[in-house]
Design a protein around this ligand. Structure first.
Ligand code: UGA
Length: 441
């Protein structure tokens, strides 16, 4: 099937490459020429495990090409996937819809008969109906361009696997024709037994925002329990492990620490709540404000705990920060809790040196005021405190016996709760963690 994928960010680039890999003929479209040049040469413009191989393979096979032209896209595609970003509006909690609207304005006048426009971006409920009306206004006479909504649930770091072997596919359609087209797009996944839900567009839009709201709530729930544990002397890691064995609760997304960040969960819960206020159901989503506040407090608690471990002040202290990406397996630093904490500590007078295995360049561009190191050991040189802020597997393999010889003072704060603190303690480290009582050296 001939399809276009408009917007080649984390979502679009992965979707385009994976659709080409299962045999579709795909044209990726973006306004960023430099990014398209990299993709067309088979190079991923960002770090995403497994994507490089699929991209190189599908570009070489001719199944995947790129263009900046929406006119060319309209002429080529039977299906057009809208994958452009919907970031938070500056100065507001709502989503910025200008990029997706610009795509519709550019694409619709060129659409030909019988194509299907499929939204994948995370959008405020009601968007698909509005875009469908605008497409009807702009499309050439006789064009039967329809709109469907097919939310994407991929996570950065597992995006390829999530796309090729999703845990479910949801399509929101208004006609049997749209249903049949999307059924054909996802034949491979349907034949593999992937749960496939067909619904209306409004429900499809809501499925996505409510899934992210639920995940954010789960993380903030466990971080609220971390606060309770800190106040009472409990241990949130044991608490999470214990409640997670209940299959109705489950262990995933129950890791207490510095909180959630990235380009999705924080802005999605705000946009959802803002949409609720706009449409008069704000009361139903008021809890999302608490979810957001607990999450922001996790960053502040990390800073406060670090300061306390340093005797109440950052001034003149050297702090090593392990991790800059918003989570491991990604080089994305959008709304990264690690960098928010690092910058706050630096603003309070510490010298902060940051390490990350993949996100250093993005971190440097976003926070040029921080100091950076290419090796974790370099970041730790002369440090009075080592702060663990992104849960990369390689940090779990660090050797505390070696690092103790590099730092000024062997002091560690684990804000992800994934390091073996007993092990570090036996090598002379003074260790602390969020939601757990301090362990004396
Ligand atoms: C999230 C959702 O998980 C995807 O299902 C969704 O498709 C995507 O947003 C999107 O809307 O595009 P992503 O932002 O890539 O995916 O990352 P997550 O794995 O959800 O992690 C989000 C944040 O929560 C990270 O900062 C992570 O470190 C944090 N987190 C996650 C915790 O603090 N604790 C946990 O137990 C789990």
């Amino acid at each position: 099937m001939r399809m276009t994928v408009i917007g080649t960010g984390y979502l679009g680039a992965v979707h385009a490459a994976c659709m080409a890999d299962i045999g579709h003929d795909v044209l990726g479209v973006d306004v960023d020429e430099a990014k398209l040049a990299a993709l067309a040469a088979g190079r991923t413009p960002f770090y995403e495990p497994g994507l490089q191989e699929i991209l190189a393979r599908t570009v070489a096979s001719g199944n995947l090409r790129f263009s900046t032209s929406l006119e060319e896209a309209a002429a080529f595609g039977e299906v057009h996937f809208l994958c452009v970003g919907t970031p938070q509006q500056p100065g507001s909690a709502a989503a910025d819809m200008r990029p997706i609207e610009a795509v519709v304005e550019g694409l619709a006048p060129h659409l030909h008969e019988d194509c299907l426009v499929v939204g994948k971006s995370t959008v405020p409920v009601g968007t698909s109906e509005r875009l469908a009306a605008r497409i009807r206004e702009l499309a050439p006479v006789g064009a039967r361009a329809e709109v469907a909504w097919n939310p994407e649930f991929l996570s950065e770091s597992t995006a390829v696997e999530d796309t090729l072997r999703p845990d479910r596919i949801v399509v929101g359609v208004e006609s049997h024709r749209a249903e049949a087209i999307l059924g054909a797009v996802y034949t491979t996944m349907r034949e593999a037994g992937t749960p496939y839900l067909v619904t209306d567009r409004t429900t499809a839009e809501l499925v996505k925002v409510s899934a992210n709201a639920f995940l954010a709530t789960k993380v903030s729930f466990v971080n609220a329990m971390a606060e309770v544990c800190e106040a009472t002397g409990g241990d949130v890691t044991t608490l999470a492990k214990a409640i997670g064995y209940d299959p109705r609760i489950g262990h995933r997304f129950l890791a207490a620490g510095v909180g959630f960040g990235g380009g999705c969960l924080p802005k999605d819960i705000r946009a959802f709540a803002a949409r609720g206020e706009e449409l008069g159901f704000g009361e139903s989503l008021r809890f999302l404000r608490d979810v957001d506040e607990i999450n922001m407090r996790a960053r502040q608690r990390t800073v406060d705990r670090a300061r306390a471990m340093l005797g109440g002040r950052f001034l003149g202290c050297r702090v090593a920060v392990l991790g800059a990406a918003f989570k491991s397996g990604s080089d994305d630093v959008r709304d990264s809790p690690a960098l928010a904490v690092a910058a706050s500590i630096q603003l309070q007078g510490a010298h902060v040196r940051v390490h990350d295995p993949e996100a250093l360049e993005n971190a440097r561009a976003a926070f040029p005021c921080l100091d950076y190191a290419r090796e974790p050991e370099k970041a730790c040189e002369g440090a009075h405190l080592v702060l663990h802020l992104t849960d990369w597997a390689e940090y779990r393999d660090l050797n505390p016996a070696e690092l103790v010889t590099v730092v000024d003072t062997p002091r560690l704060l684990d804000a992800r709760n994934t390091l073996d603190l007993e092990h570090w303690r036996t090598h002379g480290w003074d260790v602390g963690a969020l939601g757990r009582r301090p362990i004396a050296a």
